[in-house]
Every structure is written in C-alpha cells, then in structure tokens.
Design a protein around this ligand. Structure first.
Ligand code: HT7
Ligand code: ZN
Length: 875
C-alpha cells in the first residue's frame, strides 16, 4: 500500500460547485446517477488537462458523459480505485452512473444495509464507494439528492438539508428530494431509507428561529429516544451560551442504526448514530451509557460548527475538528455534571490508553505527517490528546481570550477547509499571545516526561521546585525540542492550608493556585516566605497530558488524599498510593501485608458523608489493571492481576462492615434520575457490592440477588449481575445470567452488555467460554457491536486471560483478526491493537504476541487497514 504524506499536499485541480444525485434503491442493489458541475480551480498550478476521480473496486461504472455526450472508451481509464478522464475543459458537467450492492457491503462504508434499512457512512473516504468523485475534504459542493425506493418497505427517505419535493412513482415506489444549501465536503453526505418511526420536538434558537428536531428509529426503539432528544436540546442551548453558535438549517435529524463501525457521524443536518450510543431507557441503559449518550449527541451536534461549517483541509488535520470538538463536549459534560469527576474520567482514560498509544509503534503526532489508511488514524491521540492540546490553549489564554479566539476562528474560516495552524493562528491573533513553541504539541509525538525535584531552604524561607522536561523518541522522531507546558500547582502547609505562591521576594499578594509555564528543558521556580516545608500539589486538574515523576512518600499521598483542595489531585494521590501498594506486591507469593495506611484511607472515604460523594465514588475505584500495566516495565500481566486481586481482597475483608454500611446508606429513593448525586450513590453501592462479593460474602450475595430482582434500572441490575459474575457463586451467577438473557434477548443493546460482562470477567471469560459466547445465536459476525462486546472486551479488559502464559489469548485474537479482515477491515485493524505493544511485555509474552502479528501479516490478501497496523508494529 501507498503512503500519503502531508508534505505532498496540493490544492485540488478541479472544484465541484454542485452535485445532483439520484439514488434508485432496489432489493438487489442501487443505481446512483450523479451530475457534477465542475470547474478548474484558479488557485491550482497544474496545466494538466486530465481529471482524476476517486472510486472503489466494488462499484461498477455503468455510464459516463461529459456535457451531455457519452465518453468513448478510450477517453477515460477506469482503474480499480480511480477514474481518469484524459481531457476535460475548464468548466463542464460530468454525468456518472454507478451500480452498487449495499446488501453485500459488510465493510459498512459507503452505502450499506443495516437491519433492512439503507444507510451511509462516508467519513473518511466512503463517498467514493458510492460514486466517482474528488473525495477529499477541501472540495466543498452544494448537494441535491433525490431518493427513490419502494414506499411500503422504505416509507422514510432522508438526506442532508431540507426536503423540497416528494411524490409517488409507478410500481408502488416513491421519492423525496433533499437540498442542502451549505457547501460541504462529500464525507458529510448522508442518506437513510427505512421503515422507521419518527419522534419530533423543536428548539427555539437565540435569534428566535424554530428548529424542527426529528429522531428516526426502528419501531421497537420508539420509547428510547427521550434522553437523546433532551441531550440534543441541552447541547444546542449550551453551544449558544458558551460559544455563541446557533444551528443553521431548519431541520436537525438523528437516526439510529444497529450496524456501525464507530459511535456516530456528524453528517450535515442528518447525524447517524450507532444504536448503542443514542438509545436509552432506565431499564436498558446504565448511568454510564446515559452519560455517554449525552456526550456523543453533544459531540456530533457541536461538529456542525467545529467540523462542518469550518472543516479540515486534508485528513492530516483531522484533530482540527476532532480535538476541538472533544474539548467542547468535555466542557459541556463538565457543565452538565461534576467537572472534577469528568476531569478524572478523561485523565484516567488518557493516562491508560493514549499514553500507551503514544509510546507504542503506532505513535503519531496530533497532526500526523503520513498515513497509509486514514481510518487507522481515528485514534486516542487525534481525539483525546488533541482535546488536551486545545484545553492547554484554553488554560494559557484564559476563558475570555479563548472565546475571542474561537469567535475569530469561526468568523474567519466559515465555509472553508483549514488547518490546525489556522486554528492556532486565530487564537494568537485574538489574544496577542505567541504560540509558536506551543505548535510543537501538534508536531511531536510522545508523552512529555516531567521530573520534579524540590528543596527547602529553611533559613531563607524558600522552597525550590526544579522541573526537567524530556520527550521520548517515537517512530521516525528523535531529539525532540522542549514543549510549552502549562503546569498548574499549589503548595499545602502541614495543617492542610493552601499557601500563597510568592514567586518574587517582594511579592505581597499572591494566589494559592498558579499555572507555571514550562518552555525550557529545565526550570527552577523559587517560592518565598514559607515558614515550613510545604507538600506540593503538582499538575493540578491534570493541566497538561504529561507524566510527572516526583518521589512522593506514602504519608504525603495520604495527606493530599484528604487535604488537597484540587479534587483531581485528591483522586490522583489515592491512585498513586494504591499503585505503590499494588506494585510492591507484584510477583510476591507469600502472605505479605497490605499497607494499613491504604486501608485506613479507604475507611475514611467510606465513612465521611461530608465529602463530595461523586468524588468518593471515583476514589474508591482501584487503579485498573490496564493502568498498572501501562506504568510497569516488562509487565507480567497475571502477576499484576494477582497483586491487584490480593489488595482488593484485603480491603474487602478489612472494610466489610464499612462496605455494608455504605451499601445501606446509599439506597436511592424515588424515581430514577441521572443526577451527579444519584449516579454517585448507585456507583458507591455497586462498588461496595462488588467488593463484598469479591470475597464471597454471604450477606453480599443475598444483597446482590435481591438487588437484581428488585432493580428498576439497568445500573443496579448490571451492578448486581457483574458482582455475581466476578464472585465464586457459580450457580447463582449462572441462574442470574440466564434470567437476564431471557428477559432481554430481544434487545440487542442489552444483549451486548450481557456479552461484555462475561467476556470481560477473569472468572467467567476463559477462552472456551469466549468461544461459547461466539457460538451463541445472538452473536453476529456482521455486527461490530457484537464483535466489540465479545472479542474486543476479551482482549482489552480480560487481561489475565488474554495474556495467558500459553499464548492462547494471542492466537485467539490472531484467528479472529484474520477472519474479520475480509469482511470488515476497519474493525479488524482496530482489534489488532492489543498485540501491537508486544515489545513492552516480558519476553515470554512478547515473543508470542509477535508471532501472532506475523501470522496476521502472512494472511493472503491482507487489507490495507490491517497491513499498516501490523507492519508498523513489527518494524
Ligand atoms: N467524525 C466521525 C468519524 C467516524 C468514522 C471514521 C471512520 C470510519 C467510520 C466512522 N464513523 C464515524 C465520528 C466523530 O468523531 O464524531
Ligand atoms: Zn467527532
């Protein structure tokens, strides 16, 4: 496969002003008529008379005419993925007819069928599977789309924009024509045809317009739309209030489909969602799912400005829209719930998974320099690190200047396809700040490492912090330059009070919170007028996506856990303490004691009702196995698993009474609500239950069974089920799993949760059990959600089984990737990910992981998607 380089970017030679599409949808395929009004780009420097359009080998070209005359066979070349017309005038109309087979499209890109309905997925390069087109985001055109289909089977026909015409046709068929007034890249094109129910609502905008809001779902899901619709309205209001952005079309539509490669897609005016990311009812979705839906609905809606009105010049700029939009949806979720908890969740995910990506063979900058298959670059680095980069600009500029910058960005670039550099320039121009060094965050891959040393000069009353910065090598990048890092800190006195941070000797008034700006490889900061040695609170609120090394003592960590006014650092101190305790037990086989400090710290958390219960719920979660693995050198996963289980077992035994009391105290009265307090209470109860069942406590078992029976919501039902699945109560677990399945077998989203709770359990998810799940009638190789909930969860969450000493977990994944590579290469490439870090693991594991990668590499006809991941991992 060919590598595409950013340095080779050239402006398009031909532009498309208008696209007129006509889709004829049939049972055995679809015919697409496309009329493109094209003209030479005055800004291009090519004197070449030929025109190149992108296409796909699975699409058949039926006819091709230029300005009304059918082109002779020798006037063009129909290569597998390209159509080259040898000579075209400077301005012309091109008529293309293609034939596709959506019913056989298992890749789920372009036009395909899901549960009998037609739908599209065009980002990143799916439009070329529908018709020949200059499929690149800097070609923006106005689209008019006519859809024709059987009226009884497909009463609903949707596309972008406004419906301008509809009517009946012969043979029981009908049509609807849609017109989108906003020029857009073809990746934002969408079409849906199906037998769907419509849920309507409306939104009154800040300028007084009424927007028609519509959700389309399969009839069985009619009662699961309310939460998404409410989330949408909250997001629309929030974007007006916080960013001054109003919705532009008269209609905004959301469609739910079962078969979808990712979470959702922001097509102009017609967002398409994976059912699992939009449908919810209290009986079928957990609190986490409710929160995820709110944030994804908001994310896709926010793209209307950050992505659609202002889009990417090329796919190297993907983070321009994704990083900024994740930042916007994180701000939104923080405003809707608990900002500290949201920050903890984001940072935990980043430190576990994005840091791993950033130190592995697929590490790439937020603005990559090259790729083979762009779908492999929808990564945590582009999304989450990209979000952190925007967040650091927000921290450096402050909220008011940041808003001025975003206003300028939207105003300056409305209707354009631009670069991350344009975004940074708007921020600079609005604020007057120089962000030239900051741009390295977009260019250099790898997670910066900060080593912090301190000394206290009692006689002078000065506390010195020295911070050294290094950025590790990543593929293709050595000798990195220091980056511009906002480093938020505070200092605490022995009584827990926040001390003034006086950076100069003469400073009288000083804040107790400061953002230090690191720009050099090493900095020393002096804090004056300190009568005692303070305890440092470093990188408050996780102000930059970096690793911090400082030799905290366990006493300091326990102190910060209970005194730091920064909620994030309270949580972080608890995590560091637990990591230290668990790491100390890895590989030990005797009956080493677990530090009583950790037990007492947790006892304090369980008992203190004056604390923010949402924060307590987070603090009670032990560091995940994935995070412990990420922190370790040459990790032995089964050893890490055993050490963590040992600590959990010890805590559960020592804190039994506290856990029972916590369980009883946090019963949520009244009707189900997804408020931060109710979510925290359910989380606390379910954590207490999980811990009790971890040591097979009889009272815990009774509580779990009764909670499962009586629950009026999925959070509690799933909490009880998960606790039983991870306990030694095999019969009770079996009975409950069966009862659960019997009750919910007709609901695919619930069945996915049923698969996942088993596949992710080290007690229930042995390889033979995983194979049984895959042989279950509800498992479906064509449905990405089922693949993710069994194979993805096994390899990503059931770590001791995946990393079994005999290598069976790796061989299993190899087998599944090879199988999926033919039907859905995007999903296959994503599944390879856990194998890619083979070099990190102890050789006994690493060599077996490498062998699995080699076996995948050697599969005949390997897709470009999997090829790229495997070859880069083995390089
Ligand atoms: N912008 C959307 C990306 C997306 C996608 C990319 C590749 C293949 C399938 C896909 N489905 C959706 C999602 C988002 O970030 O909003
Ligand atoms: Zn997005």
């Amino acid at each position: 496969p060919q590598t595409i380089y950013l340095k080779d970017y050239r402006v398009p030679v031909f532009l498309v002003d208008h696209v007129d599409l006509r889709f004829e949808l049939f049972d055995d395929g679809a015919r697409v008529h496309s009329v493109l009004s094209m003209r030479r780009n005055p800004g291009s420097d090519s004197a070449d008379k030929s025109l190149e359009l992108n296409g796909d080998p699975l699409t058949t070209l039926e006819s091709l005419s230029l300005d009304g005359s059918e082109l002779a066979k020798d006037a063009f070349e129909d290569r597998a993925d390209k159509l080259v017309i040898h000579e075209v005038p400077d301005s012309f109309e091109l008529d293309v007819v293609t034939w596709l087979e959506p019913q056989n499209n298992t890749r789920l890109e372009g036009l395909y069928q899901s549960s009998g309905m037609f739908c599209t997925q065009c980002e990143a390069e799916g439009f070329r599977c529908i018709t020949y087109f200059p499929d690149r985001p800097d070609v923006m055109a106005r689209f008019r789309t006519r859809i024709e289909a059987d009226k009884a089977s497909f009463p609903i026909l949707l596309s972008n924009g406004n419906d301008v015409e509809k009517g009946d046709l012969d043979g029981g068929r009908h049509f609807v024509t849609w017109e989108d007034p906003f020029p857009k890249p073809c990746y934002l094109f969408a079409l849906v045809a199906g037998n769907l129910v419509e849920k309507r609502d409306s939104f009154h905008t800040m300028s007084g317009r009424d927007i028609d809001l519509r959700m389309y779902v399969e009839p069985r899901n009619a009662e699961k739309c309310e939460h998404a619709m409410d989330s949408l309205k909250r997001a629309m209001r929030w974007d007006e209030e916080v960013y001054g952005r109003e919705y532009d079309l008269d209609i905004f539509m959301i469609v739910a489909v079962d078969d979808f490669n990712m979470g959702a897609m922001e097509n102009k005016g017609l967002n398409i969602f994976n059912s699992s990311c939009v449908l919810a009812s209290q009986e079928t979705a957990t609190d986490q799912a409710f929160q995820r839906i709110e944030s994804i609905v908001a994310h896709e809606y926010f793209h209307n400005w950050s992505g659609n009105r202002v889009t990417c010049r090329d796919w190297f700029q993907l983070s321009l829209k994704e990083g900024f939009t994740v930042f916007r949806d994180s701000q939104f979720s923080a405003d809707m719930g608990s900002p500290t908890v949201k920050r903890i969740e984001d940072a935990a995910m980043l430190r576990t998974a994005q840091f791993a990506e950033d130190s592995g063979p697929m590490a790439h900058p937020v603005r990559p320099e090259s790729y083979m298959e762009i779908t492999n670059f929808y990564t945590l680095t582009i999304y989450e690190k990209g979000c952190e980069v925007v967040g650091m600009i927000h921290t450096l500029l402050g909220p008011d200047m940041f808003r001025k910058g975003s206003d300028l960005y939207f105003e300056r670039h409305d209707g354009q396809a631009v670069t991350t550099d344009d975004f940074v320039r708007a921020m600079e121009d609005a604020s007057g700040r120089d962000l030239s060094q900051f741009r390295l965050w977009y260019e250099q891959a790898g997670t910066p490492e900060l080593t912090v040393q301190d000394e206290y000069d009692r006689a002078a009353g000065i506390y010195r912090l020295t911070i050294d910065q290094t950025i590790p090598e990543t593929p293709g990048q050595t000798n990195k330059k220091p980056q511009h890092i906002p480093f938020a800190i505070g200092l605490l006195g022995t009584g827990g009070e926040s001390l003034p941070l006086k950076l100069g000797a003469g400073e009288t008034e000083a804040p107790t919170d400061r953002v230090l700006e690191l720009t050099e490889a090493s900095h020393t900061f002096e804090f004056h007028d300190l009568s005692e040695r303070p305890v440092p609170s470093l990188l408050r609120n996780f102000s930059a996506p970096v690793r911090v090394y400082y030799p905290w003592t366990r006493d300091q960590l326990m102190f910060l856990m209970s005194h730091d006014p920064d909620g994030f650092n309270r949580w972080d101190a608890g995590q560091r303490l637990a990591v230290d305790v668990i790491s100390g037990l890895v590989g030990e086989t005797g009956s080493e004691a677990v530090d009583s400090g950790l037990t007492e710290a947790y006892r304090g958390l369980l008992a203190d009702e004056s604390l923010d219960q949402a924060l307590v719920a987070k603090m009670l979660q032990l560091p995940s196995e994935a995070y412990l693995i990420e922190l370790a050198d040459s990790p032995n996963v089964p050893d890490i698993h055993r050490a963590r289980e040992k600590v959990l077992g010890h805590l559960a035994t020592a804190l039994r009474d506290d856990l029972l009391a916590c369980y009883q105290r946090n019963t949520v009265e009244g009707s189900y609500e997804v408020t931060p307090d109710a979510v925290a209470r359910r989380s606390l109860r379910n954590t207490a239950l999980a811990w009790l069942l971890h040591m097979d406590d009889e009272e815990g078992r009774t509580l779990a069974e009764s909670q499962f029976e009586k629950a009026d919501n999925m959070t509690d039902r799933m909490g009880a089920l998960r606790a039983l699945v991870n306990s030694g109560y095999e019969q009770e677990c079996e009975r409950t799993l069966n009862a659960f399945y019997e009750q919910w077998k007709d609901d695919p989203q619930v069945v996915e949760q049923w698969f996942a709770v088993q596949a992710g359990s080290s007690r229930r998810g042995s390889l033979p059990e995983i194979r049984q799940l895959m042989a279950h009638p509800a498992f479906d190789w064509k449905n990405p959600n089922k693949i993710r909930s069994v194979i993805g969860v096994f390899a990503g969450q059931n770590l001791p089984a995946f990393h079994a000493e005999d290598g069976s977990g790796y061989r299993f994944l190899e087998e599944q990737v090879r199988r999926l590579d033919d039907s859905n290469p995007q999903i296959a490439a994503r599944l390879v990910s856990p194998l890619t870090r083979w070099r990190k693991f102890a050789p006994v594991h690493g060599e077996q992981m490498k062998a699995a990668l080699e076996a995948i590499r050697d599969k005949p006809g390997l897709s470009r998607d999997v090829y790229e991941v495997v070859h880069k991992s083995l390089a």
